[in-house]
Unconditional design. Structure first.
Length: 59
């Protein structure tokens, strides 16, 4: 299964609550925090929902 390196590059301030919770569920808290996640269908869907806030790199 694919792995993705995700990094929060835009703030969640003034974003809808749903987007804030999605970013939090991905394990990202503060700006420029990054995490490596598995490419499961659920995670890929969350990444697509907030892709405008993230920088995504496939490993």
């Amino acid at each position: 299964m694919a792995q993705f390196q995700i990094k929060l590059v835009k703030s969640t301030i003034d974003r809808p609550e749903r987007q804030k919770r999605t970013v939090q569920a991905l394990g990202l808290g503060k700006m420029n925090s990054s995490k490596t996640v598995e490419g499961t269908p659920a995670v890929v869907g969350m990444i697509k929902a907030v892709q405008h806030l993230l920088e995504v790199t496939e490993l």
